[in-house]
Design a protein around this ligand. Structure first.
Ligand code: ACO
Length: 308
């Protein structure tokens, strides 16, 4: 079996910005509370999961120098599909003009790393180019009257193009986990809003991130010191700092976009990765640690060599 490398990346964010000041005006909250407790200053809302996914997917294909006809597999990580049936990947595939297989994957905020691992395992034989997108419209499942969640969740999409290569490739090691007994601490019923026990999710998120990232590092034969960039799920700056501290990875080697994007679930890791790549923070050969956790609870980590 061969491996994969990342050959393109792209993002899409809605135009509409909601600042903490906007939320202050309509909820019993303050900019100070939101910034101190979460690190979020503004977020983007609007569009559909399909529209955002198409925008990010198109940008990633352009960066890779590929046409839609070159794509051999589409994987869409989302926890906010546009319809119950069919899968949102159907609309995304049609809008992008793809002619290949495709499916949705729902592992909440760990969805992008779950999809990366799944797609990497499939990128062999006739599947050479995989378009992997994380896209979310969490604003549609957020109760905008509930200050405990309205200040956190938002919309966006990020994508990467994976290319099959001879040899082991750039996915060096990974870890996936799921503990379904924790479903009650974070969920949305069909047609309902996100319900969350914030403090409990926080506690478990730090532990899951540290344990999962440590496992992925160990399986990759890589130490935390060798990681050039840590790209964690963008839920809360305090979770990111606590996990980074325990892993021994300082903020200078960590990708953070949540101040501008809020929590965009499966879009958050590709948004942060693309932001770092576009800012010139990644060089060929750099080792990148991706780690996400989310409703389920799910968690997923991967060590990837950057060779784009
Ligand atoms: N503005 C002002 N006060 C608020 C707000 C708000 N927006 N929200 C809650 N409060 C109040 C609470 O009512 C509480 O008041 P009390 O002490 O009088 O009861 C107080 O602030 C403290 O509340 P906590 O929930 O203990 O605050 P905490 O420091 O834990 O921060 C937060 C809350 C930001 C939600 C944090 O717990 C967190 O980030 N948890 C993890 C969330 C997360 O990662 N979710 C995403 C998972 S991924 C996914 O699936 C999408």
């Amino acid at each position: 079996m061969g491996g994969i490398r990342i050959v393109g990346w792209g993002t899409a964010l809605p135009d509409k910005v909601i600042t903490n000041a906007d939320l202050e005006a309509r909820l019993d909250t303050t900019d100070e509370w939101i910034t101190e407790r979460s690190g979020i200053r503004e977020r983007r809302v609007g569009g559909t999961t399909t529209e955002l996914a198409v925008g990010a997917g198109r940008a990633a294909l352009a960066k890779a120098g590929l046409e839609p006809t070159n794509v051999d597999l589409l994987v869409l990580a989302t926890t906010t599909p546009d319809q119950a049936v069919p899968a949102t990947s159907a609309a995304v595939s049609h809008e992008l003009g793809l002619h290949c297989g495709g499916f949705d994957l729902n592992a909440a905020c760990a969805g992008f790393v779950y999809s990366l691992v799944a797609a990497s395992g499939m990128a062999t034989g006739h599947i050479r180019n995989v378009l992997l997108i994380g896209s979310e419209t969490l604003s549609r499942v957020t109760d905008w009257e509930d200050r405990s969640t309205a200040v956190l969740f938002a919309d966006g999409a990020g994508a990467v193009v994976l290319q099959a290569v001879e040899g082991p490739g750039d996915l060096l090691g990974w870890d996936l986990g799921l503990d379904g007994s924790l479903r009650p601490i974070l969920y949305a019923d069909l047609g309902g809003f996100i319900v969350m026990e914030g403090r409990e999710v926080f506690r478990r998120a730090v532990r899951a991130t540290v344990e999962s990232a440590t496992q992925a590092l160990r399986r990759s034969g890589v130490s935390a010191d060798e990681i050039a960039l840590f790209v964690p799920h963008q839920a809360n700056i305090r979770i990111i700092d606590a996990a980074g501290q325990r892993l021994g990875i300082p903020r200078e080697r960590t990708a953070v976009v949540l101040d501008r994007t809020g929590n965009t679930s499966s879009a958050s890791i590709p948004l942060a990765l693309a932001d770092a790549a576009d800012a010139g923070r990644l060089s060929p050969g750099d080792l990148v640690l991706l780690s996400g956790f989310g409703a389920g609870m799910t968690w997923a980590s991967a060590v990837v060599r950057w060779s784009a």
